[in-house]
Design a protein around this ligand. Structure first.
Ligand SMILES: Nc1nc2c(ncn2[C@@H]2O[C@H](COP(=O)(O)OP(=O)(O)OP(=O)(O)O)[C@@H](O)[C@H]2O)c(=O)[nH]1
Length: 214
């Protein structure tokens, strides 16, 4: 697909039942908007170093926000049912991610840890990281990002339980506003046995922190 072609898919609407299709501006319109922001920042968009910047920024945005073009169902529809009777915890730890906060469009940088107890099969490990990627590459709050990843994996895989922890630094708190660097925000989501049984939550948290105890 042309990296800059407008998507044929509607933007995902977070409000249940919303069916409106949003108008995607042309690439030229998007470049014009970047030019306006350069002027707003106080620089000259026609000077040599900035002349191609609107083009670069729109190209970068296509990449940074490619999650709007992707569907998690495409990643999670392969389930391996032959797992040799394995039914214990599967934990994929330290998945790096970046997103952008929907309030300031400034990066959120962090790690995700996903665990589940298989019920009927397992998914490819990389697919879990792909789901994190798809939802991260949209404008987000950390809470919404966490909930979307949990709901998507839980719906498709139907595990006995799913646990997700996301820890991230929000550049909107580090680089502007309150300007506190190194602050980490932790969000969690649990379903099934992880939701119902505090000892399962403890096991998850212990494994995430690195000690393989039972
Ligand atoms: N809950 C939550 N808040 C976030 C997230 N990302 C950014 N924020 C916060 O969103 C809030 C936006 O507050 P506003 O008062 O509307 O905007 P603001 O004037 O730019 O706020 P300050 O950041 O305090 O300067 C700030 O407190 C941010 O820290 C997130 O993922 N989750």
């Amino acid at each position: 697909m042309d990296a800059m072609a407008p998507s044929s898919k509607p933007h995902p609407e977070r409000e249940a039942g919303a069916e409106t299709r949003l108008h995607r501006p042309s690439r030229k319109e998007a470049e014009e908007a970047v030019r306006t922001l350069i002027l707003w920042a106080g620089d000259n968009p026609d000077r040599e170093g900035l002349r191609d910047t609107p083009k670069r920024v729109t190209k970068a945005w296509r990449e940074l926000f490619r999650g709007y073009e992707q569907d998690v169902a495409d990643e999670l529809d392969t389930v391996f049912e032959e797992v040799g009777g394995y039914g214990d915890i599967v934990l994929v730890r330290d998945i790096p991610f970046f997103s952008h906060c929907e309030h300031h469009i400034v990066p959120i940088l962090g790690k995700a840890h996903i665990a589940y107890y298989p019920r009927e099969g397992v998914v490819g490990l990389s697919k879990l990281a792909r789901v994190v990627d798809i939802y991260s590459r949209r404008l987000q709050t950390q809470e919404n990002l966490t909930a979307e990843i949990v709901n998507a994996i839980d719906d498709h895989l139907k595990p006995r339980g799913l646990a997700l922890m996301m820890e991230a630094e929000h550049m909107c708190m580090a680089m502007r506003g309150i300007q506190k660097q190194g602050v980490s925000t932790i969000t969690t989501g649990y379903t099934g046995v992880f939701k119902d049984d505090p000892t399962e939550q403890m096991r998850f948290l212990t494994l995430v922190r690195g000690a393989a105890v039972r």
